[in-house]
Structure formats: C-alpha cells, structure tokens
Ligand binder design. Structure first.
Ligand code: ATP
Ligand code: MG
Length: 447
C-alpha cells in the first residue's frame, strides 16, 4: 500500500533513474523541450534512431540549454559508424582524417555527427613524452564516449525523442550549480591535452561557471605543457577566447591562473605592453560589446589592435632615426609583422587589412582640403574610424579628433565645408619640403 502510494507520489518520470551506470534525468527536472533543439539536430537524431541506432544531442548544446544560453551549434553523438551515418542521410559527407566526423546538411544548418569514441587504454595509447595523446579515435560506447570528454558539464546526452538526459558524471548537478569540473584525474587529463587548461578558462568565463578547486589546482604546475601544443591549435583557442564575447573576463581568469605569461606569445603581447594595456583592454571590451549586440567583429581588427603599440614604438624609432612619417610607418608595420610571424602564427591573410587600418590612422589628422572626403571613401574607413576612437578613448589622441570625425561623417555639405581646417602652416611647410624631395613611392601619397 505504502509502496504503491510512494510510487504514485514519486512517479518514475519525475525521478532520476540509474540505468547502466548513467543517471537518466527526466524532462520534468531539466525542462529542455524538443523545440529548443535545432531542426537539423532533431532530424538527425530521428533519422538515426529510425534506422536502429542510438543518437543524442551532446556536448556544449545541452550544457548551454541547461544554463539558459543559446547554443552556438548542435552536435550529435551516435553508435553508428561514419559510413553508416552517411548511408542514412543523402546530404552528408565525412570529414576529418584523425577524427572522422560526418556533416549532415539541412539547408543552411550543418549538424556534426560523431561516433561514440573511447579513450585508448593507458598502455596502448599513443602519447608524446609528456603524456599528450596523439591519437584517440577508437570507437566506443556511450559510457566510454562520456568519459573521454573534458568537463562533466560537457558530457551530457539529450535524447529529443524521450527528452531524457543521460549523465555518467553528475554533470547535470554540476551544470546547475555552475561548476566546471574535469572528468577523471585533472592532472592526467591536462597531460593528455593541455589545451583543456585554456578551455577551462574560456568556458568558465563564457558561462559564468566556477572552476572546481581540484580542476583548477594542477594548472599552475602543468602550464608549461602548453609549450608542446602546436602553435596553430593554440592560436585557434586564443582566438576563440578573444572572440568569445567574454574576452576581458578570459584575460582576467588567465591572469588569476598564471596562464598568461610566457606560454602564449599573443597574450604576452597583449598584457606586457604597459602603455598599450589600456588600449588593448578597451579594444577587447569593445569587441565583447559588439558581439553582445550581434555586430560582426573581424580578427584582423583585433590583431591590428593587439599590435598597435608595438607599431607605434617602432614608428617612433624609425622617425627618430630620420625617416619621414609615412615611410617610417611602413617600415614599422613590416618590422612588427615580421617579428610577430616568428612567434604568433598570425595568419598572413590578415596582413593586408591590418596594414590598411594602421595606414589610414595617419590620415585622420589631416582635416583640410579634399583629404577628409577621400578618406571617407576608403573601403576600410569604418574599421579605421573605430580604431581611431579606441586611440582617443585610451588617451593616445585627443577626444576632439574622434568627435570631429563623428560629426563630419554625418554632416551636410555646408557644415562639412565649415568644419574643414585651413591649410595650416605646417601643411604648407610639409608640401614645400616634399616638392623639393623625390615623391614617396609607396601609394600613400595623399596621406
Ligand atoms: P563551445 O562550442 O560553446 O565553444 P563546446 O563545449 O561545444 O563549447 P566544442 O569545441 O564545440 O566545445 O566541443 C564539443 C564537445 O567535444 C565538448 O562539449 C566536449 O564534450 C568535447 N571536447 C571538445 N574539446 C575537447 C577536449 N580538448 N578534450 C575532451 N573533450 C573535448
Ligand atoms: Mg560546440
């Protein structure tokens, strides 16, 4: 009788069930509806399940939904092999060599489908001499797939058909409590993949989570392992931080965890320029705000900002050595970019835009004659102007200059004519001097 009553009161659907080592969290507890899952991800799980496979929405998307954030994308995990997934969905293709994933296309949406994987047993795993995993692409089951993920919050599987979450590592509780906790022994997991240290910083900043103390503790001791990570992967993760919309918070957390120094040249550049720090932090804050407003941000703009104070320092040096401003700026840009290339792996494709933004800075100070009009017509005017505003806000230039350009852009023709400055004495002197010398041959002749 009492048993029956208890059963009625605690209906299984309201309870966490333990099934094969996993906690099954019902919809009545977590509240994630099928409609919150993207159309493509629902179609993928339905299609795979109809074909007899297991399929779940997994990883960041489940975590984000539990935290009330909009997921960036939806990933699906399944027991079907990539070939089997391919066979279920006509519009799909296998990608990646090391981890073979399937991309399934639904109009604009691409759903990434990964086959359950397991960590390779310790003695059979291929690691480098520091314990970094070189290969971890053996297929496994759901439980093993959960165990190879990094944080408990990232190891939740949501089944859109039953609306049940499968949780092997108490990730549901941790996520609710906003705790970011490493699965397994944190030190071992950082050795396997040191980038997890940076992921801890980025995810905790982005999601307002607390890094659990045991998860945070080994970082100080193991941070030098980041030196063994390929530059391209580091840059990738650093870029994710800078473009996460929470870059200022990321930088603060990196400092707290002593991760900012000596490891990541790009971040050294940011944080070790005493006079540049204010400028850089303003640039990052500005980037965070733009992202919050759904505005686009360009990596080139960010790189241009990160390196600006190095460019300024070199520019001054070249001028002190007797070079005129325009050629000196060209020389400074080239020397800074060349120096950075050896350390940062900033992709070359950003060079042209960075240089344009820097070069246009020279022209904002020229407010006479036709020059301001020609500047307005430049393709990169907007980016260069945003950059100018940062320079004003950081105290490098007077606010008046930014305000002048703000007004000039919007003003009617009459007002613009009034705003133009007379050709100054300096300007005339410069022109006389220039006409006596050979013309500058670098395309910035109206600068
Ligand atoms: P976001 O996409 O919001 O940046 P995410 O957690 O989804 O965060 P992804 O890089 O998209 O990050 O990875 C998807 C999932 O893959 C993660 O949730 C995690 O389960 C797993 N994962 C990613 N990187 C690692 C790693 N270095 N070690 C272990 N598991 C990882
Ligand atoms: Mg993701």
């Amino acid at each position: 009788m009492i048993k029956k009553l208890l059963k009625r009161v605690f209906r299984p659907a309201d309870n966490i069930q333990n099934v094969n080592g996993a906690q099954h969290i019902p919809h009545s507890l977590h509240g994630i509806d099928g409609e919150q899952i993207s159309y493509g991800a629902r179609r993928v799980t339905e299609g795979l399940q109809a074909a007899g496979y297991q399929a779940y929405v997994v990883g960041g998307a489940v975590r984000d939904l539990l935290l009330g954030c909009a997921p960036k994308d939806f990933d699906v995990a399944t027991d079907a092999t990539p070939e089997e997934v391919r066979r279920v969905f006509r519009r799909s293709r296998i990608i990646g060599r090391r981890f073979r994933l399937v991309h399934v296309m639904f109009g604009e949406e691409v759903v990434e489908v990964s086959t359950f994987r397991r960590m390779i047993e310790e003695d059979a795993a291929e690691t480098d001499e520091h314990g970094r995993l070189l290969r971890d692409n053996a297929f496994g089951d759901q439980r093993q797939d959960a165990a190879r993920r990094d944080f408990t919050a990232n190891a939740l599987f949501y089944d859109p058909a039953t609306r049940v979450i499968h949780d092997y590592h108490r990730g549901y509780e941790d996520t609710r409590a906003k705790i970011l906790r490493m699965i397994g022994d944190p030190a071992t997991r950082y050795r396997e993949d040191p980038v997890r240290m940076l992921r801890a910083v980025r995810l905790s900043a982005k999601l307002g989570m607390q890094i659990e103390s045991g998860t945070a503790a080994p970082v100080v001791r193991l941070k030098s392992l980041l030196e063994n990570v390929p530059q391209a992967r580091l840059l990738d993760e650093v870029l994710k931080m800078l473009l996460s919309g929470h870059s200022v918070d990321c930088i603060q957390r990196l400092r707290e965890m002593h991760l900012h120094h000596g490891l990541l040249p790009l971040l050294d550049v940011i944080l070790d320029q005493p006079q540049g720090e204010k400028f850089v932090m303003l640039a990052l804050r500005n980037t965070d705000e733009r992202l919050a407003q759904g505005k686009p941000v360009s990596p080139a703009f960010l790189f241009a900002a990160l390196l600006w104070h190095e460019v300024l320092a070199d520019w001054k040096q070249f001028q002190n050595a007797g070079e005129r401003p325009v050629p000196a700026l060209h020389a400074a840009m080239d020397s800074v970019l060349a120096r950075q290339k050896s350390r940062l792996a900033i992709p070359h494709r950003h060079d042209a835009v960075m240089k344009e933004i820097w070069l246009l800075q020279l022209r904002f100070e020229q407010r006479a004659g036709q020059r301001p009009f020609r500047l307005l017509e430049q393709v990169r005017f907007r980016a260069a102007y945003d950059f100018l505003l940062l320079r004003c806000a950081s105290g490098e230039l007077p606010d008046e200059l930014g305000l002048w350009w703000d007004e000039f852009q919007e003003a009617h023709a009459d007002r613009r004519a009034e705003m133009l400055q007379p050709e100054g004495a300096d300007e005339r002197k410069r022109r006389r001097r220039r006409s006596r010398r050979k013309p500058v041959a670098n395309g910035a002749s109206d600068a």
